[in-house]
Design a protein. Structure first.
Length: 249
């Protein structure tokens, strides 16, 4: 059985006090322990959130990390530093990082390597823009993103990764992929993993859907065979909505 996961990407939102409030509300809601909940606050709050969630089933991740080990890289945070404060997950290649910060698949492969070296689980994000889907090029785009960012890994390494499919046209737009569109791409991703690593490995890797997923549409999306949970943006900023999504399996 693959892990069911609901991850909340807070992006660049919330003051420190608001972030503490949000995590306390999530903890106090006593979320369903069969679903792995992970929150991705702005990195500056991660240390405190790790402390607050220590004796709860909730895990803490960050939204970005450096592809370099350590040294003269102003403004960057190394995976080893994240590990040293108890961060257990990191997003890699979110579409906003790809598009506003020009992150390339080759950079992302290095980030994944750094994270695994430091025993942090990468959630590797992929997804096409609208023009690519309209040209029927979405499968190629996603295949390239996962081949160039993840398929450098060994079998043991890829088993430690999670993938998030997030069609860019669905992120923050209120337009969700239909359940059928999500399932079609998730199956395509799983089959790509089968081709590279075989069935046994592909079967164990959780693939999350992201893009305007909310308490209303989560149940339908999560009921698909190859959708193992969600990466939630806007709706993760409110504890009630986030918990409702976690209860949608
Ligand atoms: P959204 O964001 O749920 O607000 O569309 C998802 C994401 O960017 O991970």
């Amino acid at each position: 059985m693959r892990k069911k996961i609901v991850a909340g990407n807070w992006k660049m939102n919330k003051s420190y006090a608001e972030a503490i409030d949000l995590i306390n509300n999530i903890i106090n809601a006593n979320p369903n322990p069969t679903v792995q909940l992970i929150v991705f606050p702005p990195a500056i709050y991660a240390t405190e959130l790790v402390k607050l969630t220590t004796s709860t089933p909730i895990k803490v991740g960050v939204q970005n990390s450096s592809q370099y080990d350590a040294g003269a890289y102003t403004g960057e945070i190394a995976a080893s530093m994240l590990k040293s404060v108890g961060v257990q997950y990191a997003l890699v290649g979110h579409s906003e990082r790809r598009h506003y910060f020009n992150e390339q698949n080759s950079d992302l492969a290095l980030k994944v390597n750094q994270l695994l070296k430091n025993e942090i689980t990468p959630i590797y994000c992929c997804g096409e823009i609208l023009a690519e889907r309209e040209k029927n090029n979405h499968f190629n785009v996603v295949k390239n993103q996962i081949s160039e960012g993840l398929f450098q890994l060994t079998e043991n390494e890829i088993l430690k990764c999670i993938i998030a499919y997030e069609p860019v046209w669905a992120i923050g737009t209120g337009v969700t992929a239909s359940a059928a569109q999500a399932q079609e791409m998730h199956l395509f991703i799983r089959n790509s993993i089968v081709q590279k690593y075989g069935n046994k490995i592909a079967d164990q890797i959780s693939i999350l859907y992201g893009g305007s997923c909310n308490a209303k549409n989560a149940k339908e999306l999560f009921s698909n065979q190859d959708v193992d949970g969600g990466l939630i943006g806007g709706a993760s900023l409110n504890a009630t909505d986030f918990i409702a999504i976690a209860n949608s399996f």
